[in-house]
Design a binder for this molecule. Structure first.
Ligand SMILES: Cc1cc2nc3c(=O)[nH]c(=O)nc-3n(C[C@H](O)[C@H](O)[C@H](O)COP(=O)(O)OP(=O)(O)OC[C@H]3O[C@@H](n4cnc5c(N)ncnc54)[C@H](O)[C@@H]3O)c2cc1C
Length: 605
């Protein structure tokens, strides 16, 4: 069957990705007067943002009046082990409250305090109750609200449309090429500015809370176009995913369970988190079960308390390592996790605060979380590293190319605090939309894409379908994920990372020769063939950065370098780029300087 010539859809600003970051960027670019096209590879509303459960972090001070942007900044930097871009952390903490209040003005209905303000819940690493939330369905409310705004603003939406290539010219980006999933026909988007808002990389690992969409497309597209990726070694393994039954292994168990008072125990009934609190932070946590219990009671009654928070609310990297260690040392639960128990609280309270968790365990594991504990274990959840951007505008190192949301790096340093992603999407989505619109407004003439690049992209898309032999994409994906989980997971060591790099070379050869059976229309194997290229880029970037960083910091734990080495690494970002010979280069760059006024906020840290 003849493939029609690609239809062209020119825009001032093309936004790739319709999660929270892409939607917020599109709204802002449109408000600045740009014509905006918004592309997503599944249906509008099905991005990861909709899956977000626990809440959006913003120092509104509604539950703890003493909270402020300055304290949110400090918590974020301390949680990120001071590797965050300080300007990003500053803008994020300062602007998150305005972005959350704006969502409310646009129609989002948050849970309420008794006096009618937005309710905020505690989360790991946040020193104050800070997460605005809607039960455990916050992302759904957020995406619903943003979608309404975007559609009302007249933004063109291209659903089930996968972008596979960026086009370049004149030293910058000129647009994108992709295909419609329903027909497999190609499509071209000439654009003066392109915003990548494609999310994360979870599908590089076997056990993950992420859906099929998280294949590192934006990171790889940016890398191929000449942009830099920073800090890719920092992959967040969320401490609590489901471990059983096998079909749902990795599915997220929201941190809100611990935020509402969930207690972690091993097979011996021991509340093991007491053992794992870092000495320099121990004073921030309750000293006894009684104090932790006093904190939970006050929280459930909406009262302030002088009791300190329970040990389960330590940062994610620390809790994930603790669970991993308990299981490895033989104190795990029957299905290879540990126990998380919230059933000691009144059943109606648990069902009201955690409705999705209640249903998830009931439906999928036949466990009633109001009557007994859940089994949980670490799951690949989020990537802190990503495309290097200018904080104020979202500009990458390639002219005309912008990035926002999980695909961008710098904001979260070595470890992200829960709730700080949804606020990141809102703050930097808006800033990036404005930045890209301003850039587009300054470009003369109409957007133009070189037809030779379109033909080359079409040929690359056709190749896996045209081959008569080659490996099956699903077999390659399974081998990649198994290898990354085993060799580049929670704990890393140089010999494993070297083995991973050798394995990636072998996988590259298989991906280059991948063969897809069937036609173009709705062929998930064909889609995967393209995603494998991207997964390979991000897997190599993670492995090379992990090998280079010879210390342990935040989410990056080296068995052979267990100490945090501030002298050598405390002030350096890892940098990945495509070298002139096409091979991946790995270097470091100094962290951006921190103004004294911000440094003072960190106190002794
Ligand atoms: C289960 C779960 C619970 C979470 N809970 C919280 C929470 O409570 N609080 C919090 O702060 N964070 C939470 N997170 C993290 C947070 O949800 C994500 O980091 C965030 O939603 C990412 O938003 P985004 O806009 O960057 O990407 P997404 O929302 O994932 O959107 C990515 C978009 O890019 C599109 N796309 C990707 N590749 C292509 C391509 N090649 N062509 C076209 N389109 C493409 C996708 O179709 C999608 O529209 C959670 C994550 C998960 C998985």
């Amino acid at each position: 069957m003849a493939i029609p010539d690609p239809k062209s859809h020119p825009y001032d600003v093309l936004v790739i990705g319709a999660g929270g970051a892409g939607l917020r960027a599109a709204i802002e670019a449109r408000a600045a007067g740009a014509t905006v096209g918004l592309v997503c590879k599944s249906l509008l509303g099905k991005a990861h943002t909709v899956m977000a459960e626990g809440g959006v972090a913003a120092a509104l001070g509604n539950v703890a009046a003493t909270d402020s942007w300055q304290i949110h900044f400090r918590d974020t930097m301390v949680g990120g082990k001071l590797l965050n871009h300080p300007r990003m952390a500053e803008l994020h903490a300062q602007e998150a409250p305005a972005r959350v209040n704006e969502l409310e003005r646009w129609g989002a209905v948050f849970d309420r305090t008794r006096d009618g303000r937005i309710l905020q819940r505690p989360f790991g690493g946040h020193s104050h109750p800070r997460l605005a939330h809607v039960g455990d369905r916050t992302g759904l409310e957020m995406i619903r609200t943003l979608q309404d705004q975007a559609v009302a603003a007249g933004i063109d939406v291209f659903m089930e449309c996968t972008v596979t290539h960026l086009t370049t010219g004149g030293g910058g980006v000129t647009g994108a090429v992709g295909y419609w999933r329903a027909t497999g026909y190609p499509v071209v988007f000439p654009a003066k500015a392109v915003i990548l808002a494609t999310g994360g990389i979870g599908k590089a690992f076997e056990i993950t809370s992420n859906s099929w969409e998280y294949s590192g497309d934006g990171q790889a597209l940016a890398y191929e176009a000449g942009a830099e990726l920073i800090d890719m070694e920092f992959v967040q393994f969320h401490p609590t995913g489901m471990v059983w039954p096998p079909g749902v292994r990795g599915l997220l168990v929201t941190e809100a369970v611990r935020g509402e008072g969930g207690i972690l125990r091993n097979s011996q009934g021991e509340r093991f988190m007491w053992k794992y609190l870092p000495e320099d932070r121990r004073a921030e946590y309750a000293a006894t079960d009684d104090e932790a219990s006093k904190w939970v009671t006050a929280l459930s009654q909406g009262r302030e308390t002088d009791a300190r928070r329970p040990p389960e609310l330590s940062t994610r990297d620390n809790v994930a390592r603790a669970i991993y260690t308990e299981v490895k040392e033989g104190r795990g639960s029957p299905h290879g996790g540990v126990f998380l128990d919230i059933s000691y609280l009144p059943a109606d309270h648990v069902r009201r605060k955690l409705p999705s968790m209640y249903e998830q365990f009931k439906e999928l594991a036949d466990v009633d979380i109001t009557a007994g504990p859940m089994e949980v274990g670490p799951t690949t959840h989020y990537v802190m590293g990503g495309i290097r951007v200018v904080p104020d505008t979202g500009a990458t190192t390639v002219p005309g190319l912008y990035a926002a949301g999980e695909v961008a790096g710098g904001m979260h340093g070595a470890n992200r605090l829960g709730g700080n992603s949804l606020s990141d999407l809102l703050v930097f989505g808006a800033r990036t939309g404005a930045g890209a619109a301003a850039y587009a407004a300054a470009q003369a003439g109409d957007p133009y894409v070189d037809p030779h690049q379109v033909h080359a992209a079409e040929a690359a898309l056709d190749a896996p379908l045209a081959r008569t032999d080659g490996d099956d994409p699903y077999a390659i994906q399974r081998d990649l994920q198994e290898m990354m989980q085993r060799l580049v997971g929670i704990f890393r060591v140089e010999s494993d990372l070297d083995e991973a790099l050798t394995a990636l070379d072998a996988l590259r050869a298989r991906i280059d020769g991948v063969r897809v059976v069937g036609g173009r229309a709705y062929n998930p194997g064909w889609n995967l063939a393209f995603e494998l290229r991207n997964l390979l880029v991000v897997s190599e970037a993670i492995t090379r950065s992990a090998r280079q960083r010879t210390e342990s910091r935040g989410a990056h734990s080296r068995i052979d370098f267990p100490a945090t080495d501030d002298a050598a690494w405390g002030h350096r970002n890892s940098v990945i780029a495509k070298g002139p010979d096409g091979a991946m280069t790995t270097t470091t760059a100094p962290l951006p300087g921190m103004p004294d006024a911000l440094r003072d906020l960190l106190g002794s840290h």
